[in-house]
Write a protein that binds this ligand. Structure first.
Ligand code: KIV
Ligand code: ZN
Length: 516
């Protein structure tokens, strides 16, 4: 191994698997593909695309990602059983670089209460599952779930056996986010000291953020010899989430003096990836979140601004450009043409098909008519709207709302359903309720509204509103997004987007049954 290989940290992104497992964060196949392709473009080494046995949707998403991604390794998760592993392989086998990631709990607590298995049986199941996975796929990763709370002797024994059975990556999870950095680093060092064949595998870590220590624990582990880090965009994940990819990568890059390791991540894609995940899941990023929060590079106090004007290094340890934040955010006006629009979108990382481009261009012109300044963020919101709507069955056409203190609140809506425009009026307790009631009249459904969230894309009273709506039906939830300078139009678009996703889920619904 050359020095550069020795110091290379592989980035394993599990946004599509562990991230997607967080309540309300589910993504559909098309969204997962978009995320996977962006992760690949970013230089993510391994993309964990899902848990194929979990559902038909998960299986299909992993298969679709495996079929499209060419440069990154595509991993699928499987419990220790043969059925799980076969299903994972079925989904992965079309990948250019497939990996089966199989796991089994090894801590006393998990073995006794969750698995109800004796340690000896667990040990044998590790050998059997890794052997089976390795017979199907050359690249096998094994994880002892709840590894950080596993007895050291047992951890060493299972890790050694997993490597003997053919695992080339050993991933140590801090499943419940219990570890603290020095202790976790010691655990990794202990494995290097005590497992005789550890040199045959890459040691990986997978840290949860229950105590806010996921990134610190991951970096401590890298210092102790781990060379793969499992993480997610925006730190998305179960409970308090997983280690945030952007924080790991930027910490390694910015403090290379202290942590002389490299990753293959093109950091300029970080902001875009963060926006994409936040848009798809409807999980906003807190303004003071490291690296990707709206305030991460904002300087408001006079003293700081003065320092920044004299030398950016006074208060900035990394440049906004290094994470893909453009300082010149003022873009085009109403006189900009199609070519300039297309070129600007390309610069922002979007390449639309001709129809979607034409629709987005029309909406850009409308926006430029209404809004004095059109910023990059406005364009991103607008285009994300267009991308999600591309093949939708329900399309927003127009909305007129009567509202205010004199009541009653009324919505008059036009909606395109499978190519035919329908018109309806409805009342409600307020303009949003009236708008949603109008949609419901045209598309009867039993889904419950779980979340209605509005935020401004930029500053000023003419800013676009970005609305997220979460609908739940039969135990499944979907998020929809919409943006517009009119908050009610954005709300209607978001609701319709969520309904489109529900319709995709109920694939068998006949189009005729949709209209009232
Ligand atoms: O947190 C965890 O233990 C996991 C494993 C499946 C790797 O997600
Ligand atoms: Zn996890």
């Amino acid at each position: 191994m050359s020095n550069s290989d020795k110091d290379r940290v592989y980035i394993f992104d599990t946004t599509l698997r562990d991230g997607e497992q967080s309540p309300g964060a589910s993504m559909n196949l098309e969204e997962k593909l978009r995320v996977a392709l962006l992760l690949e473009e970013m230089g993510v080494d391994i993309i964990e695309a899902g848990f194929p046995i979990a559902s038909q949707g998960d299986f299909e998403a992993v298969r679709a990602v495996a079929g499209k991604v060419r440069n990154s390794i595509v991993a699928g998760l499987a419990r220790a059983g043969k059925k799980d592993i076969d299903r994972a392989w079925e989904a992965l086998k079309g990948a250019k670089r497939p990996r089966i990631h199989t796991f089994l709990s090894t801590s006393p607590l998990h073995m006794k209460y969750k698995l109800q298995m004796e340690p000896q049986a667990v040990h044998q199941a590790v050998i059997d599952s890794v052997t089976h996975a390795r017979n199907l796929c050359d690249d096998v990763e094994w994880s002892p779930e709840d590894g950080s709370r596993t007895e050291h002797d047992f951890l060493c024994r299972t890790v050694e056996s997993a490597i003997k059975a053919g695992a080339s990556t050993i991933n140590i999870p801090d499943t419940v986010g219990y570890a603290v950095p020095e202790e976790f680093a010691q655990l990794i060092r202990m494995l290097f000291d005590r497992v005789p064949n550890i040199g045959k595998a890459i040691v990986s870590v997978h840290c949860h953020n229950d105590l806010g220590l996921a990134v610190a624990n991951s970096l401590a582990a890298v210092n102790a010899g781990a060379r793969q880090v499992e993480c997610t965009i925006n730190g998305l994940g179960e409970r308090a989430g997983n280690a945030a990819l952007e924080e790991i990568v930027m910490a390694l890059r910015t403090r290379h003096d202290r942590m002389p390791y490299t990753t293959g991540i093109k950091t300029e894609h970080i902001t875009k990836a963060s926006h994409l995940i936040s848009t798809i899941t409807g999980f906003p990023v807190q303004p003071n979140k490291a690296i990707v929060g709206a305030n991460a590079f904002a300087h408001e106090s006079g003293i700081h601004q003065d320092g920044m004007l004299k030398h950016a290094g006074t208060y900035e340890i990394m440049t906004p450009e290094s994470v893909g934040l453009n300082r010149s955010t003022l873009v085009m006006g109403k006189h900009s043409g199609r070519h300039a629009f297309r070129a600007k979108l390309k610069e922002l990382g979007f390449e639309l098909g001709d129809n979607a481009l034409e629709d987005a261009f029309k909406r850009f012109k409308d926006l430029a008519d209404k809004k004095k300044n059109v910023y990059d963020d406005d364009l991103v919101a607008l285009v994300e709207d267009e991308v999600v709507r591309d093949h939708a069955r329900l399309k927003f056409v127009s909305l007129q709302v009567m509202c205010g203190s004199r009541g009653p609140q009324m919505a008059d809506l036009e909606l395109d359903i499978d190519g035919t425009v329908h018109n309806v009026q409805a009342r409600g307790d307020g303009p949003v309720d009236a708008t949603f009631n109008a949609i419901k009249k045209l598309v009867p459904h039993t889904a419950q509204l779980q979340l209605f969230q509005v935020h401004a894309v930029t500053e000023g009273t003419d800013a676009q509103a970005k609305v997220t709506v979460r609908l739940a039906e039969d135990g499944k939830s979907v998020n929809g997004q919409g943006s517009d300078t009119d908050t009610l139009v954005a709300s209607a678009r978001a609701y319709i987007h969520a309904l489109n996703k529900l319709l995709t889920k109920r694939e068998k619904t006949a189009p005729a049954a949709l209209t009232a």
